[in-house]
Unconditional design. Structure first.
Length: 82
């Protein structure tokens, strides 16, 4: 997946910010969102992201997959992902 060329990523302790350089707005996410974004930037598949989150959290893989897909949809609706 490709990220918009106008977004920049800023990591701070306990915060992960996505900054829209063309309009000056900010989208903030938690550590799980940060994990997903960084995994997508590294060209990881949804399956790889789900497996990685499952190893870290021991949560149900079906639930993780649904949450990852929902987050990706949100990133697309915000114009962060193309």
């Amino acid at each position: 997946m490709e990220f918009s060329k106008t977004v920049k990523f800023v990591s701070r302790p306990g915060r992960f910010l996505i900054y829209f350089s063309d309009e000056g707005s900010i989208f903030e996410t938690n550590d799980v969102g940060k994990y997903i974004v960084l995994a997508l930037k590294a060209n990881k598949s949804i399956e790889e992201i789900v497996n990685g989150l499952n190893k870290e959290t021991n949560a149900d893989k079906n639930r993780i997959k649904a949450d990852v897909e929902q987050f990706i949809t949100l990133l697309k609706s915000k114009g962060i992902l193309k």
